[in-house]
Ligand binder design. Structure first.
Ligand code: UD1
Length: 417
């Protein structure tokens, strides 16, 4: 199994290009099931979760091609199955995103129920509640969600919790329903808006995406189109912290700084200098790194997907910072590994107290999930000596060649086969 080896202590400098957003690409690929025509996608990051989704689409009978240059063509003219099997869903929870499109277009689906995962329970009850409001029957049988409808109809759906993939699933299903669907307390994440843009290009009638209330007027059929995936704001944020934590000077290019406002504001408060351009921004790390509290919330607030990376930064802070995680109940697994590197972190339920000012020392550490892996790389970049990160497959699910990008910025980092 691959590992990542880092020798810390080098300030990063230079320019880095941000890849397409995995979390926008996955729903876009699932949305291609809503039409018999071809969907052409651009700026797809060539990462493991994308290849898993390709395998899933092929398994159910779509022609799905994903190329290293970031383009993909998907055509779901006819399907031979309506099933997302356990073997694929267990490796990638986002497989649940085929549920809405399958029920919307084919009126039936059988999708393995995702289990818990390292960061929390991650239920899908709101996806099922919404589909039932639209006239589907959803049963859980033998570990699978079996959904069936004689035809979906519009409905008013209030989601008690803001859910990103839940909003995406229901928005996709509603595009082909009879009448108008209103999704209330919907997720406003840029990935949801990017999906709405794709669906509109396919002929869907959607308004209000990017706000808490999305209205979808169902149409009879959708057509093929070409669509570009937005840049990955979490990858951009990860490089921003890489620059700040190493007291580097990095220009992060080919991204949408406006979608990172909460992260860049927070970073600025910790003392880093942030200069924002239209499609890029520059982060210059400064001494001292000021300890600042943060709480994760749905967009546009500070994202849970940046919490682990921010914790790495706070280990180098000049005081104490309280990090509060409100989205997932068990998303502090990286803290135990940082403690092995010499960090002073205490966890109490959904809060972590990080006392800064301790030099980290390189150690062998285990990645527990995607963003945790990124946070351990960041810790390794400032640790004295060598850090060896195991279970790098988590990293490969969502970051495109992160070690090569960091090496180009001057980091002493390599993949060990
Ligand atoms: C998505 C992102 C993930 C990010 C997360 C939060 C993708 C593929 N994944 O995950 O990277 O960390 O948003 O921004 O885009 N919930 C329910 N019932 C449901 C669904 C969710 O109670 O039916 C709760 C969850 O337990 C959690 C919260 O809602 O507390 C947010 O979860 P959700 O937004 O659904 O996360 P994902 O869409 O799985």
């Amino acid at each position: 199994m691959d590992k990542i080896r880092i020798t810390g202590g080098k300030p990063l400098a230079g320019r880095v290009e941000i890849s397409g957003a995995k979390n926008a690409a996955l729903p876009a690929m699932a949305a291609s099931l809503l039409t018999a025509d071809a969907i052409q996608l651009e700026n797809i990051p060539y990462v493991r979760d994308i290849l898993t989704t390709r395998a899933l689409l092929q398994e159910i009978g779509a022609d799905a091609e994903v190329r290293q240059d970031g383009t993909a063509t998907i055509k779901a003219a006819e399907l031979r199955s309506h099933e997302a099997p356990y073997e694929l869903v267990k490796t990638m929870r986002a497989s649940i995103l085929v549920l809405g499109p399958l029920v919307g277009r084919f009126r039936k689906a059988r999708v393995s129920l995702p289990g818990g995962c390292a960061i929390g329970a991650r239920p899908v009850n709101l996806h099922l509640m919404g589909l039932e409001r639209m006239g589907a029957r959803c049963d859980v049988v033998h570990g699978y969600i079996e959904a069936y409808t004689e035809g979906l109809h519009g409905a008013y759906i209030l989601m008690e919790t803001v859910t990103v993939t839940g909003t995406e699933n229901l928005m996709m299903a509603a595009t082909l329903a009879d009448g108008e669907t209103v999704l209330d307390n919907a997720a406003c994440e840029p990935e949801v808006t990017n999906l709405a843009d794709l669906l509109r290009s396919m002929g869907a009638q959607i308004e209000g995406d990017g706000t808490r209330t999305i209205r979808i007027r169902g149409v009879r059929r959708l057509r093929g189109c070409r669509h570009r995936i937005i840049p990955d704001r979490i990858e951009a944020g990860t490089f921003a912290i890489a620059s700040a934590i190493t007291r580097g000077d990095v220009e992060i290019c080919n991204c949408e700084p406006r979608q990172l406002t909460s992260v860049l504001t927070q970073l600025n408060q910790t003392g880093a200098e942030v200069v924002i351009g239209s499609k890029s921004f520059r982060v210059r790390g400064r001494n001292p790194i000021i300890s600042k509290n943060v709480t994760t919330y749905p967009y546009p607030a500070f994202p849970t997907d940046m919490q682990a990376q921010y914790m790495a930064l706070m280990t180098q802070g000049d005081g104490s910072a309280v990090i509060t995680e409100t989205i997932f109940e068990n998303r502090f697994l990286h803290a135990q590994e940082m403690i092995r590197m010499g960090a002073d972190i205490t966890i109490d339920g959904r809060q972590a107290v990080v006392r800064g000012g301790r030099p980290l020392t390189g150690a062998r550490v285990l990645a527990s999930d995607l963003r945790a892996s990124a946070s351990l790389i960041l810790a390794g970049l400032v640790a004295r000596g060598e850090t060896l990160i195991d279970r790098v497959y988590h990293l490969d699910r969502g970051y495109y060649r992160i070690e090569e990008k960091l090496a180009l910025l001057g980091a002493d980092i390599e993949r060990v086969k």
